[in-house]
Design a protein around this ligand. Structure first.
Ligand SMILES: [Cu+2]
Length: 135
């Protein structure tokens, strides 16, 4: 009885049909990569518009409008100690960063509820005030 197992695989012949399948797969891969790149770029652009500078002694800009479930990122640029604090009407702290003078330090807060948030620096509460409007 001849039961020689076929261990060697036959090489796949390069036919026109196989080339079409390869070409289609390649095009799909290129398309997916392109879409990922585009969505990544728009995410970054969107994030850039939600950045606030923490300077001496100012926030810039002093007003920000965003959608719910979005974050605002404060970036320290001044080199003098500041913080970022938001309180509600009753004075309860909603969020607060640490006090730091470190340039390049960032603090982000994700806004889950719509409303108008008053943000201050607790060290310079008169000159450093801003508003985040969440819709
Ligand atoms: Cu300050």
């Amino acid at each position: 009885m001849s039961t020689s197992p076929r261990t060697a695989r036959r090489p796949v012949a390069i036919t026109a049909a196989n080339l079409r399948v390869l070409l289609a797969a390649g095009l799909i891969a290129v398309g997916v990569i392109f879409l990922l790149a585009v969505s990544g770029a728009s995410e970054r652009a969107d994030a850039a518009t939600r950045t606030v500078k923490v300077g001496n002694d100012f926030f810039s800009p002093t007003s920000k409008s965003i959608a719910r479930e979005r974050s605002v990122t404060w970036v320290w640029v001044g080199g003098v100690p500041h913080d970022v604090v938001a309180k509600n009407r009753t004075g309860k702290i909603i969020f607060r960063s640490k006090i730091t003078k470190q340039r390049g330090y960032t603090y982000s807060h994700k806004f889950r509820r719509s409303g108008t948030y008053k943000v201050i620096c607790s060290l310079h509460p008169v000159s450093m005030r801003m508003t985040v409007k969440v819709s």
